[in-house]
Design a protein around this ligand. Structure first.
Ligand code: ZN
Length: 277
């Protein structure tokens, strides 16, 4: 198996580039890292430190069940598009239907951050893969970002070690107002209160360990005018890794195209990445 993986290690980035899956520009078609881009414009006064920062990798995983009308490239495609402005990062999309369920060892081992969106197919994810993800987070410090219905995803549950259930899941809301609870937190940088159309609310309490920070809260407005406040963005440190859970993201609400949500995703990736140096 290991030999097979090592062959794939050589092959997959090129294959992914050919398939348009790598959105960053850090890889040549053969998968070799490109030398750092030297444009030389507007960079004066900013001396090269002599040691280029290594490029980083965020993998955006989803299971391919979002409605194509709203998410033509599934949810991972929409999130990855929003992450394109991350400088120095390769953004890779991974799908449950891909070989090795989207996460061959070479890719998982290269990932600084893994973003996960799952809902209907949690049970299809192999326990062996879940164990590898958990190990990467706890022992190597890979960041993990879990979205919406991924609260019940196997890696989410295994990392939390609790039931990860919310009190209620109800598709009776019209909007969600997201408010910033921890304005000094890096994930809240540049984010102000905003409202998105959102039809499925999860109600507190959420059966997880006490979070390190509650970065975002929110209020769902129901069709009958009532409101339901709940936690929206929570952080933990699990072993060496950083973990962010974000409640919004139901598949019939295309919020991953919303600039506020995209800002939160960018911030979360940067926060969750292992420290360099
Ligand atoms: Zn949902």
């Amino acid at each position: 198996m290991i030999r097979e993986f090592s062959r794939r290690q050589l092959l997959w980035p090129g294959a992914a580039v050919a398939a348009g899956l790598v959105l960053g520009v850090g890889l040549n078609a053969d998968g070799a890292e490109k030398p750092k881009n030297k444009k030389g414009k507007g960079k004066k006064g900013k001396k090269a430190s002599g040691k280029a920062q290594a490029r980083r990798t965020v993998v955006v995983w989803s299971e391919g069940t979002a409605p194509k009308k709203l998410y033509p490239n599934d949810i991972n495609g929409a999130i990855a598009e929003g992450l394109k402005e991350l400088e120095g990062w390769d953004v890779v999309v991974a799908n449950l239907s891909d070989p090795d369920q989207g996460l061959p060892e070479a890719l998982l081992n290269r990932a600084d951050v893994l973003i996960w969106w799952g809902h209907q197919k949690h049970g299809d994810v192999k326990n062996e893969l879940v164990d590898k993800i958990v190990k990467r987070v706890k022992e190597d410090g890979m960041g993990f970002i879990s979205l919406h219905s991924s609260h019940f995803a196997k890696p989410n549950k295994k990392l939390m070690g609790t039931a990860c259930s919310w009190k209620a899941y109800v598709g009776d809301s019209t909007t969600l107002k997201v408010t910033v609870k921890s304005p000094d937190h890096p994930i809240a940088k540049g984010v102000k209160e905003f409202t998105v159309e959102h039809t499925e609310r999860y109600s507190d309490p959420y059966a997880v360990p006490t979070p390190q920070a509650v970065v975002f809260e929110g209020v769902a407005t129901l069709k009958d005018g009532k409101v339901d406040p709940s936690q929206q963005g929570l952080t933990w440190e699990i072993g060496k890794g950083r973990f962010f859970y974000f409640q919004p993201g139901h598949e019939t609400n295309p919020i991953f195209f919303d600039p506020n949500i995209r800002r939160i995703m960018i911030n979360a990736v940067q926060w969750a990445a292992p420290r360099q140096g």
